[in-house]
Design a protein around this ligand. Sequence first.
Ligand code: HEC
Length: 411
Amino acid sequence: MVGTGLAMTTSMNRSQHASLAALVLCMSSGCTSSDSIPRISGAPSLPSDVSSLRYKSDYTLSGLTTIGDGMIVASDEAALWLNDSSLSPLLVRADTGEAAATGAVHSVTARAYDVLISSDQGLYETYDDQLLRSPLNEDFSEPSFHALHSSGQGSQEQLWAATANRVYRIADGSLTQWTLDSLQGEIVSIGFTGTIALIATSEALYELDPTLADLTPIEAELGTVYGLSVGNDGGAYVASDAGLVSRTSDGEYRIYTLSDDEHAEPVTAVHVDTSVGVIAATNSGLITLDEQNSSPVGLAAFEGSQQVSALNADDDGYAWLTHGQSLQGWLVGTATSFDQDVSPMLEAECTRCHDEGGTGPTFDLRDYDVVQARAIDIMTRLDAQQMPPDESLDNSDYEIFRRWYRSGQNP
Ligand code: HEC
């Protein structure tokens, strides 16, 4: 039984810190529950004919995120980007105009218009092909984070950041801080589902309810926990020695052991997003889940065994992973397309007003040429949250358009 010490500080604006309120939860009889998470066994077969792209770096790669048609890779020396088929350090523009260096990069997270990176030297944001020092550094006394997570866009953005045992959230212009004294292991990854923050330490998994300031350990034998990823629908996935752990937005857990016997196949990296769904890496290949999330499906077999350190996906159907000094792209999906992805979304959200007889100007949002010609206009309206005018667009619907807009606007 673990008593969970948790201290929360909230500041209503970023420069002002309110007094520290200490809360102790789960005393003596509180947070116990048996390890009753259902396990689903079954080893998917991995197709070996999947094409892949490979890039070699001089540095050890530890994380990556895709943005538009670009990719930012974290390494032990610098933030790298893929440029003309080679991985090169992003130039850092210092305040004085001189070149500077970030040192080791610990985490990267894609936001609506840039990538935020956390390094030995603090936080930086991408701007064109350069890094600028982030104004967010002013908010933190120790701005070198193990984990970052951004969800939502514009005024809806929530930014989460974590050191080994401290969690920060910036939302609505205010900073909240939780000090989590009794975590087992150090925080490696954090994600926000829309209601709770899921926190992975190297040894365990926790749920933090930000409104109740309540920290709950998930009682399950997971072995080493490598990381987690949260989708736009609030579903989350965790990479662990026990296999792939899923959490629905309703808080139901499952563990896919990815093996036929009682020995689970470790999952060392996981990624989920709207275009590809969930992708997880074992030492032998990449897997996903079927549409009902009832069983694992193989996506690609690696040529040899490799321990993947990070996983992401782009809009062209590639799953990207880092392993040692290697960056690999595996073609496991299809590009975001107008017919498959964008058109059904516009039909559901927009045509009632933009068809003949609707309250808005008439144009045919089912017609690829019409939408392509108005793509900038539509993107601007969605970014400004002006369309639909009567209700807000789901983040996942926004993402569908944004991905298509940025990835070549395929038919
Ligand atoms: C409830 C009705 C309604 C819905 C739903 C709606 N719109 Fe509109 N839209 C309007 C009205 C009314 C205007 C004209 C007023 C304005 O420009 O804000 C407009 C204007 C626009 C314009 C500018 C057109 C121009 O020629 O200036 C674009 C682009 C647009 N909407 C896109 C969308 C998209 C994309 C969606 C779905 C995500 C959407 N709208 C959903 C009512 C709607």
